[in-house]
Design a binder for this molecule. Structure first.
Ligand SMILES: [Zn+2]
Length: 369
C-alpha cells in the first residue's frame, strides 16, 4: 500500500488542507479501479465502508491477491468536511459560492478533443492510451481559480484513466441504489449483484457533469466525433449507500465485502468473495419522478423507501398545524419508492420523495441540484 498526502493550496493566508489517496497493487496494472467517498461531505456511509474496505485491501495485498491497481480516496472532500453552519454540516455545497461539490467537473472531451485530431488509428486499445494521455495533459493544463477547482483536478488527475470509477454517496432516507450509463451493461449487472443494490437508474447522459459522468461522457462524445475506433473503456457510477443516518460498522463491513466481491469480479483481485445478491432492478433515470410539497408544514409518512407504489397512492402527509390543513403526498408515478427526504418539516415546492417507474416522464437535466 502506498499513501499520498496531496496538499490543497489554502484559500486564505495561513490555511491549507490535505487530500489523502491510497494505492494498492502496481502502478500501471489493469484494471485500474478508483473509489472515493464523502464528495458530498455530509454523507458518511461511503467513507465508513471505505475504511473497512481499506483494511480488507491491506489483507489482500499481504496475501498477494491484488492483481490490478486499486485507488481509494476515503474522504474526497476535505473542504466540505470542515464546513459547518449553525451546528450542522453543510456538505453538499461549498459555503463560498453554494456550488454543488458533485457538479461541473471538467469536460475532458471539450478540453482534449481537438488535440486528438489526426492521432487516432484503427486499434481501439492504442487509441484508449492516446486518449487517456490527452486527458492527463488537459487536466495538467486546466485553469485552477478556486480551492474547489483545485480539489476537482486533484481527484480527477488519478481517476481520469481508470477502468472503473465508483463514487460512494448516500441519499436522505433510501434503499441502496446507483446511477449508471448504458455503456457497460455487463458491469452494471455485476455491481448490482455484488453490492446488493435494489435499483440501478440508467441514463446515457444525466447532465450537470457530475464526477461519475465526467469519466464516461467524454468517451461517448469522442465516439460521436471520431467513430468506433474510440473504445468505451471506463465504467463509472454514483452509488447511493442508503440514507444519511445509515452509518454503522456492521452494515459498512458488509458493504466493504460487497466491494471486495466486485473488485474480484472485475479482475482487480484474485480469490475474492463471490457476488452474494441478485441483480438490481434497472429502470430509466428519466422515469424517476419527484413529488413536490404543495404546502409547507410537517412531513409524516405512511410508506417507506423500498415500498412498491401505484400512481396516486397516498405516501404520507404534509400538515400545517397552524391552519389545521392537511394534504396528501401521492405517488407521482407507479414503481419503486426509493427515497424520501430526511427532514420532518418542509417548505412549499420542496421535493419530498422519488418514485422510479418504467415510463419515461422527464427529459433534459435529470439530476437534482
Ligand atoms: Zn451525494
Amino acid at each position: 500500500m502506498r499513501v499520498e498526502s496531496v496538499p490543497l493550496s489554502g484559500p486564505s493566508p495561513g490555511t491549507t488542507r490535505t487530500l489523502t489517496r491510497y494505492h494498492w497493487g502496481r502502478e500501471g496494472a489493469r484494471p485500474k479501479v478508483y473509489l472515493q467517498g464523502g464528495l458530498h461531505a455530509d454523507e458518511m456511509p461511503g467513507p465508513l465502508t471505505l475504511f473497512h474496505l481499506m483494511n480488507l485491501l491491506d489483507q489482500a495485498e499481504a496475501e498477494g491477491r491484488v492483481a490490478g491497481h486499486v485507488i481509494v480516496v476515503p474522504l474526497a472532500n476535505p473542504i466540505g468536511l470542515s464546513e459547518w453552519l449553525l451546528h450542522k454540516p453543510v456538505g453538499r455545497r461549498d459555503l463560498e459560492g453554494a456550488n454543488n461539490f458533485n457538479r461541473g467537473y471538467p469536460d475532458l472531451a471539450a478540453l482534449a478533443g481537438d488535440a486528438l485530431e489526426g492521432k487516432l488509428g484503427p486499434d481501439p486499445a492504442a487509441n484508449a492510451r492516446i486518449i487517456r494521455a490527452a486527458f492527463a495533459q488537459a487536466l495538467a493544463e486546466a485553469k485552477i481559480e478556486t480551492e474547489v477547482d483545485e480539489l476537482r483536478i486533484r481527484l480527477m488527475e488519478v481517476s481520469h484513466d481508470a477502468d472503473i470509477v465508483l463514487d460512494l454517496h448516500c441519499d436522505h432516507r433510501a434503499v441502496m441504489h446507483f446511477y449508471a450509463s448504458t455503456a457497460r451493461p455487463d458491469i452494471t449487472d455485476l455491481l448490482g449483484r455484488c453490492t446488493g443494490s435494489t435499483l440501478a437508474l440508467i441514463e446515457d447522459v444525466s447532465g450537470g457533469n457530475a464526477f461519475d459522468e465526467a469519466h464516461t461522457a467524454p468517451w461517448r462524445a469522442l465516439r460521436d466525433r471520431y467513430g468506433d475506433a474510440v473504445p468505451q473503456p471506463c465504467f463509472s457510477t454514483t452509488l447511493e449507500y442508503r440514507g444519511q443516518l445509515d452509518v454503522d460498522d456492521t452494515t459498512a463491513a458488509q458493504d466493504a465485502e460487497g466491494l471486495m466481491a466486485f473488485l474480484a469480479a472485475v479482475g482487480a483481485l484474485t480469490d475474492g468473495p463471490a457476488p452474494a445478491h441478485g441483480p438490481a432492478e434497472e429502470l430509466p433515470l428519466a422515469g424517476a419522478v419527484e413529488y413536490m410539497a404543495p404546502i409547507g408544514g410537517i412531513v409524516s409518512w405512511v410508506t417507506q423507501p423500498g415500498d412498491r407504489v401505484t400512481e396516486g397512492q397516498v405516501l404520507g402527509h404534509v400538515t400545517d398545524a397552524a391552519s389545521r390543513q392537511r394534504v396528501e403526498i401521492t405517488a407521482p408515478t407507479t414503481g419503486l419508492l426509493f427515497r424520501q427526504e430526511l427532514w420532518t418539516s418542509c417548505l412549499k415546492g420542496q421535493g419530498l420523495c422519488h418514485v422510479a417507474g418504467k415510463e419515461i416522464r422527464r427529459q433534459g437535466n435529470l439530476l437534482s441540484n
